[in-house]
Design a protein around this ligand. Structure first.
Ligand code: GRF
Length: 227
């Protein structure tokens, strides 16, 4: 698996730690971390683990990115806070094998320019009472691919972008690694008609607002994923 990231890499770290916890039961390993930013914290997290890193000096160069991935026989690509549009040729090559995490409940609050705090500012400005995280397949357009999994969090009256972002990020760290593992295990796929086959996670009655500790939330997500 390869992870593309532009920022600090806390989602990458969550994937590393989840796969560690699975141990011999994991179905894949992150063997490459690439970034469009030479100074991205995500690259440093990879180096600490002796995972190969790459700086994408020309992120729009589909040929260079495709070669980087194919030379390492990459099966699954994860966008974890990667802010660039993936070139069409690479999207086509990895259709149904590339996923992204977005810090809101798509299709709302997504699209070009909607990343980082801008997303949470928009959620608060809209007066939404629920937000959350979405993991979806990647297409040629930002945040438009088939939705695989979503998990809701409440938006509190006193929330600022930082507090909401932190609450959503906790859920991202629980959701993304589990979806990545299912994809690596081929328990999740995208049909030719664009439908998600396998796990499809949505909050079920009683799931919403389970803002307990991470273990409780993880248990809720695990249960829902394997329902
Ligand atoms: C996450 O909130 C992700 O949803 C968004 O960018 C942020 C990246 O955080 N696309 P990190 O680099 O994984 O800490």
């Amino acid at each position: 698996m390869a992870v593309l990231a532009s920022g600090g890499g806390s989602n990458l770290q969550a994937i590393f730690e989840y796969l560690d916890a699975l141990g011999a039961h994991r179905d894949g390993d992150v063997v490459l971390v690439a970034s469009d930013r030479a100074g991205a914290g995500a690259l440093e997290r990879a180096r600490v683990r002796d995972v190969e890193t790459a700086h994408l000096a020309r992120p729009a160069d589909g040929g260079a990115l495709a070669a980087l991935l194919e030379e390492r026989a990459i099966d699954v690509v994860v966008l974890a806070g990667y802010l660039r549009l993936v070139p069409d040729a690479v999207v086509r090559r990895y259709r149904g094998r590339m996923v992204n995490v977005h810090p809101a409940l798509l299709p709302a609050f997504g699209g070009a320019g909607m990343y980082g705090h801008r997303v949470h500012e928009a959620v608060l400005a809209a007066g939404a009472r629920v937000s959350g995280a979405t993991v979806h397949f990647v297409t040629e357009e930002y945040d438009r691919g088939a939705i695989i999994a979503q998990w809701p969090v409440p938006v509190f009256e006193e929330d600022a972008t930082e507090t909401l972002a932190a609450r959503v990020l906790r859920v991202e760290h629980l959701l993304l690694p589990r979806v990545v593992e299912l994809l690596a295990a081929e328990l999740l796929a995208l049909d030719d008609d664009g439908r998600v086959r396998g796990a499809f996670l949505a909050g079920a009655p009683g799931d919403a607002f389970t803002l307990g500790d991470a273990t409780a939330m993880a248990a809720g997500i695990e249960a829902a994923l394997t329902r």
